[in-house]
Design a protein around this ligand. Structure first.
Ligand code: KG4
Ligand code: ZN
Length: 327
């Protein structure tokens, strides 16, 4: 079964063709991050306009690179949210148009759930498991009983982890999106050079808070701390907090068989090695970097899984949702 996935939740326009939920035939992404750079974050209206320009060429390129015909496509899967309303509408309407035009079924998938699914594509499914989505828009820890069956353990009460990386990058005068630049600079600094602490949320030990940490970096920067030490200390403090809360999450979830992680921040090598060191006895599944960041292959993959479970076509009034609780 060949699925066309369409992703347009934020500033990436993506289209991918995926066979049977895990064999990626093509995975095309066009980003509008160049236009957001001067704002230090995504400018929603400009992102939507770029999606309009990019969506058709990106889909055409995905079909071309996969070497298939539109008639070979069995299902269209679209990220229906969460995300920016104007951006979501472009992907959704393209998907609906193709569904009508080609007479193919349509399914809407949750972008955050798809980030987790990216870690499961081509990997064994060992459930129950602990799941973490660490991205620019989301910081979420869950217990996974099956694909589609989750219990929320913790989330951020303020900034998402990737957002904190992007804001710290902006105050260190690094380019947007900041995560990879902070990681690179951090490698040259002292992770214990500047005392910082991540937030604890009263009576919610599994929740995250990064806005105070970000302010801590701002104050230390104003005092003239070395940029490399600031980047290293920020990264280390944030990741030690995530690993510590994952350990608490494992206690609260009961026995699990594995950890699955997804989202752009999972590209970070320091994060990966901290997890491997802390949980050596558990299999830990990370998507390859191109599937950590926003992409349409994970949307096609999860769409396939959903359709196999429940082979019904979404109604053509399927709405986009800026927020969707996953559990
Ligand atoms: O998953 P993603 O592409 O988009 C969302 O759904 O939000 O994640 C993008 C986020 C950005 O905040 C970016 O700075 C961060 O992932 N990121 C990183 C790294 N690469 C990307 N953060 C830390 N270290 C990295 N190497
Ligand atoms: Zn994402």
């Amino acid at each position: 079964m060949i699925v066309l996935g369409i992703e347009s939740t934020c500033d990436e326009t993506g289209a991918a063709l995926v066979k049977d939920g895990s064999q990626i035939l093509s995975n095309i992404t066009a980003t509008s991050s160049d236009i957001h750079e001067k704002y230090g974050g995504v400018f929603p209206e400009l992102a939507s306009r770029r999606h309009i320009d990019a969506i058709v060429p990106v889909i055409e390129e995905a079909i071309k690179q996969a070497g298939v015909q539109s008639s070979d496509i069995d299902l269209i899967a679209v990220a229906r949210g969460p995300g920016l309303i104007g951006s979501l509408l472009i992907g959704m309407n393209a998907a609906k148009g193709l569904s009508i035009g080609w007479g193919k079924p349509l399914v809407g998938v949750n972008h955050v759930e798809a980030h987790l699914y990216a870690a499961m594509m081509g990997a064994p499914r060992l459930f129950p498991a602990l799941g973490l989505v660490l991205s620019g828009g989301h910081t979420l820890m869950l217990k996974i009983d099956d694909v589609g069956t989750y219990t929320k353990l913790g989330t951020t009460v303020d900034d998402a982890i990737g957002e904190a990386f992007d804001k710290v990058a902006a105050l260190l005068e690094l380019p947007y999106p900041g995560g990879p630049h902070v990681e690179k600079l951090a490698a040259t600094g002292n992770p214990n050079g500047i005392p910082l602490s991540a937030g604890k949320v009263k009576r919610s030990p599994l929740d995250f808070s990064f806005s105070g940490l970000k302010t801590g970096v701002l104050y230390a920067a104003q005092k003239g701390g070395s940029k490399a030490d600031l980047a290293a200390s920020f990264q280390e403090t944030a990741f030690q907090d995530i690993v510590a809360k994952a350990a608490l999450g494992l206690e609260s979830a009961g026995p699990v068989q594995a950890i699955y992680l997804g989202g752009g921040v999972c590209c970070n090598q320091r994060l990966r090695s901290l997890f491997q060191d802390r949980f050596p006895s558990l299999p830990i599944f990370w998507p390859p970097p191109h599937l950590c960041v926003d992409n349409a292959a994970m949307i096609a993959g999860l769409g396939y899984f959903q359709f196999i479970q429940n082979p019904t076509c979404a109604p053509l009034d399927l709405e986009v949702l800026t927020r969707i609780p996953i559990a």
